[in-house]
Design a protein around this ligand. Structure first.
Ligand code: ZN
Length: 312
């Protein structure tokens, strides 16, 4: 690209971003389902150590991972590329999966974690705007792989959806799901919808979002804020901010053993194993700190299955 072209492109990008920033304020008010507070039950694990918590495997008897499609994303979004070794052989773009996790709690029923992709991802997907392709370059989805088709096959009554955070690739299944399902997210986590730049229809039909207040969580080494979502120690939300400010990782005590879902505190296995936080972050120091906590937890309990945000 010539120098001149490069300069004019920069001017356009800066202008678009400036307009975008002022539009953000307007949009935050226009697409804003009411946020209501989740009443955290009294926790049964406050004085228990991890080993005792892991032994409580009677409540969650089923856990499933649904793959709702793949997206091609830039490497520098998945990983802070400044921390990569010079001779790494990763390419600049990579394909990653978009999961929905399902679990069954014997008393509370079936729940989903994140909403996956709807069937528009067989083509261009449902995130539009000038900057959309900076995040999702391309998508791949087979017939029947979208979340609504897979749920139909599963034929289970879903009681609610928990989100790791509200970024577009985690909310993209909502337009084809029942809008009356309760939706839970970490307190303060933002949903981005900026006309012309990064626009989606994911929350258009939602009237309410239930916020779980991680600041009321308990400290359980190495984590600072852990919430006991059902109060029986079977399903824990761990505040792991950095990629987004209200981001939650989840820890489930299932009959098949504990499972740690990092969410986008680590999109990739590579990032987790090499201690490299995502490139897409709200706050790098905070993201580094969240990832270290998760890695330390895994070092303490290496037998726990870890499932990364976009890789199994
Ligand atoms: Zn994601």
């Amino acid at each position: 690209m010539s120098k001149r072209k490069k300069i004019s492109l920069t001017v356009i990008v800066v202008a678009v971003l400036t307009i975008g920033t002022s539009l953000t304020t307007i949009v935050k008010n226009s697409v804003k389902p009411e946020r209501i507070a989740y009443e955290l039950p009294k926790s049964s694990i406050t004085n228990k150590n991890w080993k005792t918590i892991f032994q409580n495997t009677s409540a969650i008897d089923q856990f499933k991972v649904l793959n709702t499609g793949s997206v091609k994303v830039p490497l520098d979004g998945m990983l802070n590329t400044k921390k990569l070794e010079k001779d790494h052989n990763l390419s600049d773009e990579m394909w990653v999966d978009v999961f929905v996790f399902m679990f069954h709690h014997k008393e509370k029923g079936w729940f989903m974690i994140n909403s996956g992709l709807d069937n528009t991802f067989q083509k261009d997907g449902n995130i539009k705007g000038l900057l959309a392709k900076n995040f999702i370059i391309e998508s791949k989805q087979q017939e029947g792989q979208n979340i609504a088709s897979q749920l139909k096959k599963e034929n289970k009554d879903i009681e609610g959806i928990f989100f790791t955070h509200l970024h577009g690739d985690h909310t993209a299944g909502l337009p084809e799901l029942d809008s009356s399902l309760p939706k839970y997210v970490g307190k303060g986590d933002e949903y981005l919808d900026i006309p012309l730049l990064y626009h989606s229809n994911h929350l258009t039909n939602e009237s309410q979002i239930i916020e779980m207040d991680w600041s009321k969580g308990i400290s359980k080494e190495p984590f600072k804020q852990v919430i006991d979502i059902f109060g029986d120690g079977s399903f824990l939300g761990i505040h792991t901010p950095g990629h987004s400010n209200g981001h939650l990782s989840y820890l489930l005590m299932t009959e098949a053993g504990p499972k740690l879902l990092t969410g986008d505190a680590s999109h990739t296995k590579y990032g987790f194993e090499n201690n490299i936080e995502p490139g897409w972050i709200d706050d790098q120091k905070v993201a580094e700190n969240s990832l270290s906590q998760l890695i330390n937890f895994h070092k303490m309990f290496p037998n726990i299955e870890v499932i990364y945000g976009h890789q199994k």
